[in-house]
Design a protein around this ligand. Sequence first.
Ligand code: XIL
Length: 368
Amino acid sequence: MGAAPGYSRRAVLRRLGTGALAAALSGCALGPGTGSAADSVMPLRAAAKAGRRRYGAAVSSELLGKDAGYRDLIRRECDIIVPEWEMKWYNIQKNPDRYDFSGCDKLAAFASENGMELRGHTLVWHLGLPDWAKTRLKEAQGRDVLHTWMNTLMTRYAGVVRSWDVVNEAVEPTDDRPDGLRESDWLAAFGTRYISDSFKMAAEIAPKAELVYNDYGTEHNARWSRDRRVAILRLLERVKGEGGRIDALGLQSHLRLGDPWDPKAFGEFLREVQDMGIKPIVTEMDVRADRASGDASAIDAKVADLYTSYLETVFANSRCDTVVTWGLTDRYTFQRRRYADDRPLPFDDDLNPKKAAAAVARILRDEG
Ligand code: XIL
């Protein structure tokens, strides 16, 4: 895949001279664990800073409250935190007359105290609706219900959220619509314009925020993934055509060893997105290893290789400035609900950096 020279971060570092790199490298810290060579990985936060990027992870307020080691790790490694589940509509407003902001407020406070940004995830999602809203959206006042939800959230967290996942997972080519959109309660309530309407509302409420369309499954050499790329490009064009503003495409990046990863097709897709004036960002990365063979060390090497290949492709083909992983340590990964021995994240169960952490640090610092 051809790297577009204008996107190069290495060029920026070169212009800054070696001083910036040396200063960044001096931020190198030992991991909390054994002190072996594998532990001397630059904190991802520092590596990202040196590469003029940001790194972050999905977190939960409960874990931050009860696990001090985890809390310290998040503080050391992250510029950004994302609520893994606490900012979903069904958690905040289980009943129409009662909001529960307790989890999100704790995360907002933690982010502010530690000079981090909180990513807003997620406003419009087919799996995010509380049951009561599924009916209410379809009634005459449905648009007001949506506006109240978006306005309440976006206003409350205006000080700490800079980037919002406005619409999440709106395409599903296997639903067999010619436009590739997902059959959902949103589509049933508002028709195809719900996507651009949501972006317009978001732009009105938070004119300075980064507005993101977030989705998965765009990186494979497989018909279903190609269909998703096509449907997403159509969606981005449609929103633009209907007068909505999308600043960034969130690439969830839930990868799996053994899937037919296709850097060439993915790179072309990224360039098309970037050429539309929309910046790709990585929002939920992890690498499942449930089908990989070998011991933990061999698996960690394969996982790190896929992190490397994927992120190198992203940086070579876009102006991506943000990488978020869906969790930080294997101790707490939602992937273990499916496969108890999975090891998809940059840090291990003992909070020590894995080969993936070293790979991500290197790439954040100087790839692109
Ligand atoms: C998942 C969380 O990890 C779970 O804890 C929660 O129960 C359901 O949501 N794509 C997304 C995320 O955009 O919000 C999902 O997170 C994972 C897939």
